[in-house]
Design a protein around this ligand. Structure first.
Ligand code: FAD
Length: 397
């Protein structure tokens, strides 16, 4: 339902959270400006999974046709033991997931998903006003002298006044700092290697061909580390994320170039299928320290509010960070779309009330998975595996 009176919203940050919010607000008839610090809008070269909770939001924004052109659907999610690759858990995805949750579990290349949402924001044939996207616009100041017209100020002094300001500027949110919200950032003691391995290399080798015979989302559990991989672009790439302990020194660098050698060396003694796969990585392996935010109810201040990683950054151990940002976007648009500008402060409070508890629970569950995934071999690990096996209804190889 469109709002009774169109008003202006500025969103700081054009990541998946900010752009989904822009599109959802556009659907409600609001006039949206996005300020992005990067010279070009885009996403990193990596994969992303959207579980039904996020797929439902995206499909609700009229993106089905565009998403069907870019998604890959895994048949199931399989959990394997580090030492021998034995299956300790199997969750059906594909059709069974779609019919159970009324929305699919899909994989994408991040850049494809980002482009689809961005294209819909600026499509002149879409509903509501076209979103104004400004790149090279790093926000460094916030002026709330008139609390009814918060102003985002860019580093080069441009001022963007609007009726509502949303900080969707990621885990190290500047808007959050400018709001005076508490410092809740925590270094996890872990880092993630990320890379895309060309599918043709995987398919050409009998030792890795199993990865293309059946598209699965796979998690390998091992002592103090785990590994996730799945196909994107219909098999063009295998997306790999490997999470391992890391030192403060790496955390200080935050993100760094790595190599296939370092990636393979991070999994000594693991099942032969692991080095066979990881050694196919090219030279575009990156590693970066993983931070998260402690659960925190401070999401709004007058007509300024936070969304996505800016308020609930979490470990990627449930693949839910962007998905939670998309849920934020849907609820934000419902609340702001139902009022005039005069009701925006109360609408933002309702948005935070509706979202903070759930996102906080997902943050904490992701943190618990850090312990659960990384249990050393022993009684607790065996109890975990037994529990997972009880939900497992057959061998997947
Ligand atoms: P971001 O994506 O960080 O976007 C913030 C944007 O704001 C950026 O474009 C940035 O340039 C811009 N910005 C920052 N500061 C400023 C400023 N001052 N002015 C203007 N612009 C600014 N989630 C899932 O749902 N599924 C997954 O499968 C998944 N896998 C993951 C795997 C890994 C290894 C990791 C680390 C995370 C994963 N996540 C996943 C989490 C997900 O990537 C994030 O939660 C999500 O990208 C957050 O989106 P966001 O828009 O809130 O922030």
């Amino acid at each position: 339902m469109a709002s009774t009176q169109s008003y202006e919203v500025t969103i700081v940050g054009g990541g998946l959270g900010g752009l989904t919010a822009a599109l959802a607000l556009r659907h409600r008839g609001l006039r949206v400006t996005v300020l992005e610090q990067a010279p070009e809008l885009g996403e990193v070269g990596a994969g992303i999974q959207t579980a039904p909770n996020a797929s439902r939001v995206l499909l609700g924004l009229g993106l089905r046709r565009r998403l069907e052109a870019i998604h890959t659907e895994p048949l199931d999610q399989v959990r394997r033991r580090w030492q021998d690759g034995s299956v300790i858990g199997l969750t059906p995805l594909g059709e069974r997931c779609t019919s159970a949750y009324n929305a699919p579990y899909w994989h994408y290349h991040r850049a494809d998903l980002h482009r689809v949402i961005m294209d819909a924001c600026v499509d002149p044939a879409g509903p509501g006003p076209v979103v104004a996207l400004h790149t090279d616009s790093q926000v460094s100041g916030l002026d709330t002298t008139d609390p009814r017209r918060p102003v985002a100020i860019t580093e080069d002094g441009r001022r963007f006044p609007s009726d509502v300001l949303i900080g969707a500027d990621g885990v190290r949110s500047r808007v959050r700092d400018l709001m005076g919200a508490p410092d809740t950032l925590v270094f996890s003691g872990e880092m993630a290697f990320r890379t895309l391995i060309p599918g043709e290399l995987i398919a050409a080798d009998p030792a890795t061909r199993w990865l293309v015979d059946r598209f699965q989302s796979t998690i390998w559990y091992g002592p103090d580390r785990h590994l996730v991989h799945y196909m994107i672009r219909g098999g063009e790439y295998l997306n790999v994320v490997a999470c391992v302990p890391c030192t403060e020194e790496v955390a200080e660098r935050w993100t760094a170039a790595s190599s296939a050698r370092e990636l393979v060396d991070a999994f000594p003694g693991w099942d032969d299928r692991v080095p066979a796969m990881l050694s196919k990585a090219k030279d575009d392996v990156t590693c970066f320290a993983l931070y998260y935010r402690r659960r925190d109810p401070v999401w709004t201040d007058g007509r300024v509010a936070l969304l996505g990683d800016a308020c609930h950054a979490m470990l990627p151990y449930q693949a839910q960070g962007a998905s939670q940002a998309m849920e934020d976007a849907a609820v934000l648009a419902e609340e702001l779309g139902a009022v005039t500008a005069d009701g925006a402060t109360a609408a933002l409070r309702r948005y935070a009330d509706r979202r903070a508890k759930h996102a906080g629970m997902v943050q904490e569950a992701s943190l618990r998975n850090k312990t659960l995934y990384h249990l050393p071999d022993g009684p607790e690990q065996r109890a975990r595996d037994e529990k997972l096996r009880r939900g497992f209804d057959g061998e997947s190889d």
